[in-house]
Design a binder for this molecule. Structure first.
Ligand code: 8IG
Length: 270
């Protein structure tokens, strides 16, 4: 499915980038961040906020609707002198608008000239020892959505999609941080226990509803890529507890200060 406004998705990303540059008077952008469930507190900890725009005011973006998901673009001057553009909301495939809106933020950040992308999310964990609040660095992903943001014969190499040197930076800043394979389901329903067992058998450690499609678009754009997942819940069937969205939000709020300082340390180191 393609929404009519996305007949040329890269052109709309450039329109959005032009609007951002002129409205925030940005000279250059080095890095983009997408902040998922639990991650959006503490943006001011990253550096000096240069400006903020509601995503809904920019070409190709619409206002995210899920409780706990924000919806701003925030430009931040990092202590290193670099400029980061942070999105505090994302469009999900389960919203039913097709795949182009899902990756529009990543493409806009690429069009702004960034060379590095940090994707964060809240997700379910398959390892029973990863309690809610565990942060996992994404080492690889499995796209189970059945769709792709790429069109035509766009043969992108995904063999080192998650940049090894960025994983090394994370390991240096947070020694012993677990790494894992992220499997993206379409959602919006959470998995059945059988689907989670399948995910484990095929090599997944994390299950979520974002990030893999964004990663594909980021690699198409040639961005270096880092992914950080907050395990907000055990995936279905890992424990006896049923899943609920309120619990997911609560785990994010509890973890917020830790996530803010981790992100500040990482963005200051790359
Ligand atoms: I937060 O357990 C969050 N997002 N697919 N499964 C999937 N997405 C999620 C989950 C989960 N928790």
């Amino acid at each position: 499915m393609t929404s009519p406004e996305f007949t040329d998705p890269h052109a709309i990303a450039h329109d959005a980038a032009d609007a951002i540059r002129s409205r925030l008077s940005l000279a250059s952008v080095d890095m983009g961040l997408v902040l998922g469930s639990g991650w959006s507190a503490g943006i001011d900890r990253l550096g000096t906020v240069l400006g903020r725009l509601p995503l809904g005011e920019l070409p190709g973006f619409s206002t995210p609707v899920v409780a706990g998901h924000g919806g701003d673009l925030v430009a931040v001057a990092l202590p290193t002198g670099k400029t980061a553009v942070v999105l505090t909301g994302r469009t999900h495939l389960y919203e039913g608008r097709g795949v182009e809106p899902v990756v529009h933020g990543v493409r806009t950040i690429a069009a702004l000239g960034a060379s590095t992308m940090i994707l964060t999310n809240g997700c379910g964990g398959l390892d029973p020892s990863w309690g809610p609040g565990t942060v996992v660095a994404i080492s690889d992903h499995i796209n189970l959505t059945g769709v792709t943001p790429l069109r035509g014969a766009t043969f992108i190499d995904m063999s080192k999609a998650w940049t090894p040197s960025l994983l090394e930076v994370v390991e240096r800043i947070a020694p012993g941080i677990p790494t894992g394979v992220y499997a993206q389901f379409r959602g919006p329903q959470y998995e059945t226990p059988a689907e989670v067992r399948m995910a484990r058998i095929i090599g997944a450690d994390l299950v979520g509803m974002s990030t893999a499609l964004e990663a594909i678009a980021a690699r198409e754009a040639g961005l270096d890529l880092l992914g950080l997942s907050l395990v907000t819940n055990h995936a279905a069937g890992v424990t006896d507890a049923p899943l609920n969205h309120a619990e997911v939000i609560a785990a994010g709020e509890e973890a917020a200060p830790r996530l803010a300082s981790l992100l500040a340390d990482i963005t200051a180191a790359i």
